[in-house]
Design a protein around this ligand. Structure first.
Ligand code: PLP
Length: 544
């Protein structure tokens, strides 16, 4: 106890005296040090500090050039992949900072250091001093992670008495696997939305012949699906299947579902089976944080999310878990020792570290803290409202142009276009979109027999909304999409051979070069009018 107090006092004094002052300089500034500092190092006579402090362009022009090319691509293209976004310059500054240097296995206040467990009053002062020194090494790392956790709970309006969060998980798929490993025994049963019906690989996809996702190797998985006539999740069938399959965990979450989840209905199904409800809100977490769609937290036991999609943070993930009282004791008295408590916290934290990960990526956690701070601002709410409004306008414009949408529309950030009535598939359209600088995903739609030639295209609004696109711009994007589909139909007509590679050969043939170039030019001229995110246009190497 005395040790902990001493440490806290020491850390706050260190904090005041040497807290770094960041002046918000440019990314370029961050990547190089003033000559004076370099000179200081040179005086020591070793050559490498100068190299270590030199800017990227000087050290590695090849990589610097690739980054410049990627900037130009992001500026000139229409980014419609619904799982992508453009994170802010402030997030990138944190991610590209010195926070990448520190190892800190464990959790704030409980980092793993050999010797920690021996802290007691019988220690010699020298040993105490040594341990305090070791602990101080992670003070700033602890500050960043604790702040990130606090902001995560605030961003989703969660009571810290009832919810906890792990911010160390490296990405969405590992986060889901960590939850399964924490809360299930090997080969216990999971139900989730089928991948071809909009689910995600990390929910346990397998085919007749192959367990595609490791989740289905280590656990038994059974999918639930859409009602193919409505395009909505078939909850009745899910309930029937769950009664037979008796899952230990049901996942509510999707990668290509344009409708809102009925969490209440899934909660009831879980209650019947005494199953855990895991909401994977990876795609929609930004919308949930802004409060513009219903939150899974009212129903779920555990919630996972990636942090780089609609949330607009750095590439990473979070795992939220319920804590505190699960069931009040039979006598109905509050907080008695016979209450049943949630036991997720330790299990999940241990599954992340040391179960499946080592040292946390402190630069990502720091960047995530910045993104979560932004998520509570009025600008963020306005942004997410615009994401929804753009998505609705986009859906409407596509329907007006004769496109069929799975489920008939959208209530979130994405649309799933079923191209079958147009006489073309998602793979061919995706190729043409790519060649005219529109990024979108081919996607299976209900009724597809092959995932290799899916019948649809999935598109979303978060990324372009970050660049300032509003409703009328999405009407224009629908026009570009339509033009690309018409071009794909023409190319298909002129293609001999049935394979995708035959189609691509025709697309790249001189015959279609001018039409492709014209549409690409129009797309790029349109996209170039909008702000770049995370870097200034003026600083770009490739500006045309
Ligand atoms: C619903 C859902 N969960 C999990 C993931 C996995 O995220 P990651 O690619 O970070 O592993 C995705 C990614 O698209 C997703 O859509």
């Amino acid at each position: 106890m005395a040790m902990a107090l001493a440490l806290r006092r020491l850390s706050s004094s260190v904090d005041k005296s040497i807290r770094p002052r960041f002046n918000g300089g440019s990314l370029y500034y961050m990547s190089s040090l003033p000559n004076e500092a370099v000179y200081e190092k040179e005086k020591n006579g070793v050559p490498w500090p100068k190299q270590l402090n030199a800017p990227l362009e000087a050290i590695d022009p090849e990589i610097a050039d690739i980054i410049e090319l990627e900037k130009a691509r992001q500026w000139k293209g229409l980014e419609l992949i619904p799982s992508e976004n453009f994170t802010s310059v402030s997030v990138m500054q944190a991610v590209g900072s010195v926070m990448t240097n520190k190892y800190s296995e464990g959790y704030p206040g409980a980092r793993y250091y050999g010797g920690n467990e021996y802290v007691d009053s019988s220690l010699t002062p020298w040993l105490c001093f040594f341990i305090i020194f070791l602990l101080l090494m992670v003070v700033y790392i602890d500050m960043a992670e604790t702040l990130c956790q606090k902001r995560a709970l605030e961003a989703f309006r969660l009571d810290p008495e009832k919810w906890g969060v792990n911010v160390q998980s490296l990405s969405g798929s590992p986060a889901n696997f960590q939850v399964y490993t924490a809360l299930l025994k090997p080969h216990e049963r999971i139900m989730a939305l089928d991948l071809p019906h909009g689910g995600h690989l990390s929910h346990g996809y397998q085919t007749d012949t192959k367990k595609i996702s490791a989740v289905s190797i280590f656990f038994e998985t059974m999918p639930y699906r859409l009602n193919e006539s409505t395009g909505y999740i078939d909850y009745d069938q899910l309930e029937k299947s769950a009664t037979l399959f008796r899952p230990k965990l049901i996942v509510a979450g999707a990668s290509a579902y344009a409708r809102l989840y009925d969490y209440d209905r899934i909660r009831k199904i879980c209650n019947k089976q005494k199953a855990i409800l895991l909401a994977d809100m990876a795609h929609i977490s930004g919308l949930v944080a802004a409060g513009v769609i219903p939150s899974p937290f009212d129903y779920a036991d555990v919630v996972t999310t990636t942090t780089h999609k609609s949330l607009r943070g750095p590439r990473g993930a979070m795992i939220f878990f319920r804590k505190g009282v699960k069931e009040i004791n039979k006598q109905g008295k509050e907080a008695s020792c016979s209450d049943v408590l949630y036991d997720y916290e330790d299990k999940i934290n241990q599954a992340v570290f040391p179960g499946l990960q080592g040292g946390p990526h402190n630069h990502t956690i720091t960047g995530l803290a910045v993104a979560l701070k932004q998520a509570t601002t009025p600008e963020y709410k306005a942004y997410q409202e615009q994401v929804l409004s753009n998505s609705s306008k986009f859906a409407q414009s596509l329907v007006q142009r004769g496109y069929e949408l799975v489920s008939g529309g959208t209530e979130n950030h994405l649309v799933l276009v079923n191209l079958k009535n147009k006489g073309i598939d998602g793979s061919r359209v995706e190729k043409v979109l790519e060649s005219v600088h529109i990024a979108a995903n081919k996607n299976t739609v209900p009724g597809d027999v092959s995932a290799m030639v899916p019948g649809g295209i999935r598109m979303g609004t978060p990324a372009l909304t970050s660049r300032g696109f509003v409703e009328e711009d999405f009407a224009k994007v629908a026009e570009f999409f339509d033009a690309a589909v018409h071009l794909a139909l023409k190319i298909k007509k002129e293609t001999t051979g049935t394979k995708l590679k035959d189609f691509v050969a025709t697309l790249q043939s001189p015959h279609f070069q001018s039409e492709v170039a014209k549409l690409k030019h129009d797309v790029e001229e349109y996209a170039k009018q909008f702000p770049t995110i995370g870097f200034e246009k003026e600083t770009m190497k490739y500006k045309i």
